[in-house]
Design a protein around this ligand. Structure first.
Ligand code: ATP
Length: 315
């Protein structure tokens, strides 16, 4: 198996006067879940469409598994490895769930008994078995989105490109979606997902790319991104005497700044000291008689890291 699932070299797309994607060099290793984020109009959909071979770049090249994608040719064997879920996930309302999936299975030349086996598998994985005979028009948005994902993986691709697959989903459906992505990754797929929901991406992605005004301004593993912002925040909750706690905290030279969150009876502290000094702080507060209800360190989440990077906010 090739190490690099997707690569682009100097990829650009010009629409009339708009440069939608600008000189993008992207590399995604096999087995990764790569999250693509950026504000509206940053060029995510255009980039994904070029990666999927749907639209032709103005300049630059796309490689799947180190093989150059030639536009305007069908090259079925290469496309057979790809599953692409567009952001508007078109469906045929007057088909049943089963007929729809069977239709796409046949388009990919799946034959019996493999077709039946695969239909059962994806219906089960996407939790649609009980809806197999329902008309698509009667499904909720979350179910329709799951059906679109089922269609995207019916032919067992090894590379998935998912354009905003969780938009409009409720928290439970988003959680189910995250679990499905983990199952697909464990099954060996390489997955690119664009989304504005950073908390979802933080949970499932191994790497993150940030687009801004057509440029890929960051492309790095999630781990390396967090390492660039190692500062932790100390969160201290008390049962009472919040003001006195703030005064006391202020005496410690390791406390760079703090923020009182009165409605939750807690203080968030930017603490620069060592683990030993953190422990000394806790002991000192207890000795002073403060009723400490919680004392913990929090690392910045992906949303906070994104803001620290000072690119535009995803909206
Ligand atoms: N078919 C098109 N014709 C002309 N301009 C286009 C076309 N598709 C996209 N654009 C322009 O390219 C730029 C990038 O759009 P794109 O849809 O790729 O951004 P995006 O990051 O996916 O945005 P969103 O988060 O809102 O989906 C925008 O300025 C958009 O207006």
């Amino acid at each position: 198996m090739n190490n690099i699932a997707i690569e682009t070299k100097g990829l650009s797309k010009q629409y009339d006067r708009d440069l939608a994607v600008c000189d993008v060099d992207l590399k995604i290793e096999t087995g990764e879940v790569y999250g693509l984020i950026g504000p509206n109009g940053a060029g995510k959909t255009t980039l994904i469409q070029m990666l999927a071979g749907i639209i032709e770049p103005t300049v630059g090249e796309v490689y799947w598994f180190e093989e150059k994608v030639k536009f305007n040719t069908s090259h079925f064997s290469l496309k057979r490895r790809l599953g692409y879920l567009p952001d508007d996930f078109p469906l045929y309302d007057d088909l049943t769930v089963y007929d729809y999936l069977e239709y796409f299975g046949r388009l990919y030349f799946l034959r019996q008994p493999q077709l039946d086996r695969r239909l059962q598998e994806v219906l089960e994985l996407l939790q649609l078995t009980s809806k197999r005979h329902s008309l698509i028009s009667t499904l909720s948005r979350g179910m329709q989105q799951r059906l679109s994902l089922a269609r995207t993986i019916i032919h067992e691709p090894i590379l998935l490109l998912l354009d905003e697959p969780v938009s409009g989903l409720d928290p439970l459906s988003r959680q189910q979606f995250r679990e499905m992505i983990k199952v697909l990754q464990e099954a060996g797929m390489t997955i690119l997902i664009s989304s504005h929901v950073l908390s979802d991406l933080a949970e499932i992605c191994t790497s993150i790319g940030i687009m801004d005004l057509g440029y890929l301004v960051e492309s790095t593993s999630l781990q390396q991104l967090y390492q660039r912002f190692p500062e932790e925040e100390l969160v201290i909750s008390v049962l009472d005497n919040l003001e006195q706690l703030a005064n006391k905290i202020n005496d410690f030279k390791e406390v760079e700044s703090y923020q009182i969150i009165a409605e939750e009876n807690k203080i968030k502290v930017q603490f620069t000291g060592s683990e030993q000094e953190k422990s000394d702080l806790l002991r000192s507060l207890l000795n002073e008689g403060f009723s400490i209800a919680d004392f913990r360190t929090e690392k910045p989440n992906l949303e906070q890291v994104f803001l620290k990077l000072d690119h535009q906010q995803p909206s």
